[in-house]
Design a protein around this ligand. Structure first.
Ligand code: NAG
Ligand code: NAG
Ligand code: NAG
Length: 715
């Protein structure tokens, strides 16, 4: 109905503009046609967003309306392509008519919607139905045969210690995934058809075209070759800590990583922390204490975005979004300025905190692109995969863990940070590495495997088990054959290549700003806020230009391609640390300085509260665990007296701590006696010093308490 109205308008317009068809008239005709097509696209977007929203919040008939809208969209989009092509016939766009050319190009090559209608319908039906089931199933196994929802599954997976239970949790998730045979026979091959419809020889070409980067997959392979050594080191370190030195170099079962498909290893961080994990413990404790999950995490994110002078928060976001669903956050866009909503979860965790920053910045990105007047629909919502759209929000999430940002959000004081800056940086690097390195690997693995299957490089009979084979080889992980079907990008045949490149570019952006700082101690957040034009300029352009053309502006350098060095430079400290762990030097060089200041009473309180919280959650688990953990904590307390740092993770530590391999094997017999005597002398000296320190601290502490008591009675 709307469409015929649009066409009518064009005819009127054509009649009104004079009969002589000069090339100026042809252009005006085309501009009007494109405007009208874009308006119709906006209508569709709005209807689809409303339907998707109803489905996400579990509305009655949510799924069926969403399916209807999505089906209609494909047919509409294919039809519009024909209309634009007709409108273009006989007219050649002038070489300098950039914006119009760009719009026409994007409208003529919309990607998968060019599939034959029944094939498009097959694709969206498969994807939507599968996602709906994963999201709303209530028969996941949360341990002890207790059925639960996806949200509960995710949070109990993170806390579960028992290997058998972890396996059965993962199995219960796999039972809710769609059928692999159907995927392999009906869905994946649609990629070949979509490539053909978009006039590409191979699926790889098609994906390169969709991400708008020439030779994208080749480039990704090259980048990965240079990042792989770091990934392998991290993998070895994880094996060493989880399973001991014998396991190093062997594939790791993903359930041990407390992950469903191995694309994020954050859940095992407590088994991997270096000797002085103070920053992790305090940040974690403060997140709990300040309840920085759900809506609060997003508020913190918008505070950071405001500090970066990238804009303010939209008030109606809070009233309209929902925060009691599942993580990671889903963004919903109505394709008009100021109407984007979130569906997220309320659980407090570091990963959710970081993810909230990324999602919040994506909203801001969309808003900024929309407000900019030149970005009409197709230049905002182009059917393309942009690495800048991934990288800029990712960069903001990196900044969320910057020492100055942590200080301002009250998560970790800067003066304590500066005391052992490099050590704390190392811990922060570990936190992000556990998220990003496995993701990079997963993204490339999933794209490579799909290309291999489609190119017929895997014998037909071996295809069903080939994903886990591929993962073993490419990622050194033991996964199931079907776990990739839990990811929306797989279900809808979307390439990960844009996300892969976005992760690379995010570290390049970080590097470009960090490089301009005079010293590492300076406030990076402040520096970015003072030089944020290159970020906002990129966002304003939306899809007006292909993203690779904007790289050099964004990075304020002459490099205009992707480089792995941003990432490898960022993880320098982690890299060194992993080297030392995997191949310990003869003399241990622990340059951690014990803080001289005692934790303030409030800090102790925070730590106590968070300990109680953690214990309370642990109590849900088996009693056996609890008993052992309490014993662990006792020992921790003793140790803490010497180390002035209190541990909050004691209760969560793995049951069988792994000892770090073969030390002092090669101490020579001859020098044995000398070493022994020196050793005794050193130990004696240390004991004397420790006793003195403890006595003094006790004394000081008692004095302080007395002073407080006196103050209180006076008050
Ligand atoms: C792809 O297109 C061909 C030819 O149009 C068709 O026979 C085939 O069924 C399509 N593939 C799928 C998976 O629908
Ligand atoms: C989520 O919160 C909304 C109100 O904001 C409420 O209506 C709904 O029942 C809640 N859902 C769950 C699963 O708790
Ligand atoms: C963007 O729009 C403004 C007016 O809204 C116009 O002056 C300018 O030329 C446009 N830019 C491009 C690149 O078309």
């Amino acid at each position: 109905m709307r469409l015929s109205a649009s066409l009518l308008c064009i005819y009127f317009y054509a009649l009104l503009s004079s009969g002589t068809s000069s090339s100026g008239d042809d252009r005006r005709w085309l501009v009007v046609l494109v405007d009208l097509v874009e308006l119709d696209y906006v209508d569709h977007c709005e209807q689809r967003a409303t339907a998707t929203w109803n489905e996400l919040i579990g509305g009655n008939k949510g799924l069926s309306t969403k399916l209807e809208r999505d089906k209609a969209f494909g047919i509409f989009s294919k039809h519009q392509t024909t209309e634009v092509r007709k409108g273009l016939s006989g007219y050649t766009l002038a070489a300098n008519d950039d914006v119009l050319k760009r719009k026409v190009k994007l409208l003529l090559q919309p990607g998968d919607t060019l599939l034959e209608p029944e094939q498009w319908i097959k694709l969206v039906t498969f994807g939507n139905t599968a996602l709906h089931r994963i999201r709303f199933a209530t028969d996941y196994d949360c341990g002890n045969n207790r059925s639960c929802t996806l949200r509960e599954l995710q949070s109990s997976l993170a806390r579960q210690q028992d290997e058998e239970t972890l396996i059965s949790m993962k199995k219960s998730w796999e039972q809710n995934l769609p059928d692999m045979t159907e995927y392999l026979e009906q869905i994946l091959p649609l990629l070949r058809n979509a490539s053909k419809e978009n006039e590409h020889e191979s699926v790889e070409d098609y994906w390169n075209f969709l991400v708008e980067y020439e030779g994208a997959l080749l480039k990704a392979r090259e980048l990965w070759d240079n990042i792989k050594p770091l990934y392998i080191k991290l993998h070895k370190y994880v094996s060493l800590r989880l399973k001991g030195s014998d396991a190093v170099g062997n594939p790791l079962p993903v359930h041990l990583l407390k992950s469903l498909n191995g694309d994020d290893w954050s859940n095992i961080i407590e088994s991997l922390l270096p000797q002085h994990p103070a920053i992790y413990q305090k940040v974690q404790a403060n997140l709990q204490l300040k309840d920085l999950g759900g809506i609060n995490a997003f508020k913190a994110a918008f505070n950071l975005i405001e500090e970066l002078k990238l804009g303010e928060l939209e008030a109606d976001l809070w009233t309209d979004s929902i925060f009691n669903s599942t993580c990671p956050p889903v963004l919903l866009d109505w394709c008009k300025p100021n109407k984007v909503r979130i569906v997220s979860c309320k659980d407090v965790s570091l990963v959710n905190y970081v993810d909230a920053h990324e999602a919040a910045m994506k909203m801001k990105y969309k808003e900024i692109a929309a407000v900019h007047s030149n970005n009409t629909y197709i230049l905002r919502e182009a059917p393309r995969y942009s690495a800048t759209f991934e990288a800029i929000p990712g960069f903001i999430s990196l900044l969320a863990l910057n020492p100055h940002a942590l200080n301002r959000s009250g998560l970790f004081p800067l003066d304590v940070f500066s005391y052992n800056a490099n050590h704390h940086r190392l811990v922060l690097q570990l936190i992000t590495a556990l998220q990003d390195l496995p993701k990079l690997n997963f993204y490339l693995a999933a794209d490579e495997w799909r290309l291999k299957v489609l190119m017929g490089l895997i014998p037909y009979s071996k295809i069903p088990s080939s994903w886990s084979e591929f993962r073993k080889e490419f990622s050194l992980l033991e996964t199931s054959d079907i776990d990739l079907l839990g990811d929306p990008y797989i279900l809808f045949n979307k390439p990960f290549i844009g996300k892969f490149m976005g992760l690379i570019l995010k570290y390049q952006i970080y590097h470009s700003f960090a490089d301009e700082l005079i010293s590492d101690e300076h406030d990076l957040v402040n520096h970015v806020s003072e030089n944020n034009e290159r970020i906002s300029n990129t966002m304003m352009q939306g899809f007006g230009r292909p993203w690779p053309e904007m790289i050099s502006e964004l990075l304020a350098t002459r490099e205009n391609g992707l480089e792995f060095t941003g990432l490898t430079d960022y993880y320098r400290l982690l890299d060194d640390y992993l080297d030392r762990q995997l191949d310990p030097p003869k003399e241990s060089s622990d340059d951690y300085i014990e803080p001289v200041t005692e934790p303030s009473p409030e800090e102790n309180e925070i730590i106590e509260i968070s300990r109680e919280k953690t214990e309370a959650t642990i109590k849900d688990e088996t009693h056996e665990d609890l008993l052992e953990n309490v014993i662990d904590t006792g020992i921790d307390d003793l140790l803490a007296k010497f180390g002035a740092e209190t541990s909050t993770v004691g209760v969560l530590e793995i049951k069988n701590p792994v000892h770090s391999g073969d030390q002092s094997k090669d101490v020579k017999e001859a020098s044995y006696n000398t070493y022994w005597w020196i050793g005794i002398a050193v130990v004696l000296a240390i004991i004397v010093i420790l006793i003195a320190i403890i006595a003094r601290k006790r004394h000081n502490h008692r004095k302080q308490l007395e002073r407080q008591r006196r103050d209180n009675t006076h008050a």
